[in-house]
Design a protein around this ligand. Structure first.
Ligand SMILES: Cc1cc2nc3c(=O)[nH]c(=O)nc-3n(C[C@H](O)[C@H](O)[C@H](O)COP(=O)(O)O)c2cc1C
Length: 392
């Protein structure tokens, strides 16, 4: 059976970790709980030991088996580390590599998938320190289960309520024991928007946040691949375990990606590459009233060029209003890809800048598959699994 180590920290929401522990057990996890001192002000070791049938950890120097370092043993045994509720304190500590109690020491010794579910007062959640730490953890491929909006225990309104047990369990099951279907494979991902310079100040760009590209990179890493990401100026942080190359323009993206395309087993073109760029870049700044007409010329088709180079396979992403299945299907031939993943950008509950997506995957042989609406990481895992299973 898989083991989930559940870290519980000192939030009012600690009581909800009881339900979470039981729900994880229903998903066939052995649940081992590590409580901070803060957590024990709200819930007890005895409660979790009774609920899980497993001994809990609380003190750094505790050694349930003499001569065996528990923080290393627990870190090695875990298929997933879930910190829920995660206090601002624990989040800021693990992001910065502190190891001053059992939970943070265990987290530092742990190398597998991690799920963090913050719960705190909205001002603590909005604080720059907390935001920065969460971004750091995301960049290390942790899955952050965003807290809900509403009234928190202190009476304030805002974002900070622990997400539902169902959401946390979903995140855990999506990352724990992901089959290593891409072990030994190299995956090249293009991600984010591109920027085409109009003058020294202005650029032509688009609304891509880079979240889907980052999710594909993270999913490929979780599935065991060696990953290179060539990314435009995107807002979403990329995993630290991938090789990340930053570019601005479509031409730069193509130039940077080419050497990797030749050896990649799989190319996933998630980037929203500008189809056109200004014919001439103006030196300095075009003054107001002097803009006139801007002549545009076509950019290279980055994915079509990369697909020609690869011995493996490539997948395109298509952002289409209202599903746009037929238009997307045309891309299969145009770009020489084996499948196209279609985002419906007409929907406000998915795609641009959202944490969620709902992909329709069109294969060159005419088959279609749908992911359903789920987190971008889950969508990415679904997409890569479809490709690997088809290949097998
Ligand atoms: C009644 C009470 C409720 C608290 N709730 C939270 C909370 O929901 N989230 C949070 O980040 N901190 C909360 N705190 C503050 C933490 O308990 C405090 O920062 C503590 O040092 C956290 O320790 P730990 O992160 O090691 O568990 C609360 C404190 C008190 C007294």
């Amino acid at each position: 059976m898989r083991t989930a180590v559940l870290g519980v920290s000192g939030s009012v929401a600690a009581y909800r970790a009881c339900d979470l522990a039981r729900s994880l057990m229903r998903e066939e996890f052995v649940v081992r709980v590590c409580l901070t001192d803060g957590a024990q002000k709200f819930v007890s070791v005895a409660l979790f030991e009774a609920l899980t049938g497993q001994p809990c950890l609380q003190d750094t120097f505790e050694e349930p088996e003499r001569g065996r370092m528990a923080h290393i043993d627990w870190a090695r045994s875990a298929s997933v580390l879930v910190i829920a509720p995660a206090t601002a304190n624990v989040i800021n500590k693990i992001a910065n590599g502190y190891a001053d109690d059992m939970l943070t020491t265990l987290a530092l010794a742990y190398t597998g998938p991690m799920v963090v579910a913050p719960a705190m007062n909205p001002s603590m959640f909005a604080h720059e320190a907390t935001r920065a730490s969460l971004e750091t953890l995301r960049a290390r491929a942790a899955v952050i289960v965003e807290p809900d909006e509403g009234e928190v225990a202190c009476g304030e309104q805002g974002q900070g309520k622990l997400a539902s047990v169902e959401q946390i369990v979903n995140a855990v099951t999506s990352v724990a024991n992901v089959a290593q279907l891409l072990k030994g494979k190299t995956v090249l991902v293009t991600s984010g928007p591109t920027e085409e310079q109009l003058d020294d100040v202005r650029v032509l760009t688009n609304r891509s946040s880079g979240k889907m590209g980052a999710a594909v990179a993270r999913a490929a890493l979780l599935m065991g691949a060696e990953v290179t990401v060539v990314a435009g100026p995107q807002r979403a942080p990329l995993p630290l375990q991938s090789q990340n190359i930053s570019v601005r323009t479509a031409q730069q993206m193509l130039d940077a990606a080419k050497p990797f395309a030749k050896t990649a087993d799989l190319i996933v073109g998630v980037a929203a590459v500008a189809d056109y760029r200004p014919a001439d870049k103006v030196e300095g700044k075009i003054r107001s009233g002097e803009m006139g007409e801007v002549k545009l010329v076509p950019n290279p088709d980055v994915l079509a060029e990369l697909s020609k180079l690869t011995k493996g396979r490539s997948i395109a992403f298509a952002a289409e209003p209202d599903g746009g299945i037929e238009k997307a299907r045309e891309k299969i031939e145009k770009k020489g890809v084996y499948a196209v993943a279609v985002n419906d950008i007409g929907r406000s509950d998915i795609a641009f800048d959202s944490e969620y997506n709902d992909l329709t995957l069109l294969f060159a042989d005419g088959r279609e598959a749908s992911s359903g609406r789920m987190s971008k990481l889950k969508c990415a895992l679904w997409l890569l699994t479809q490709v690997c299973e088809e290949r097998a």
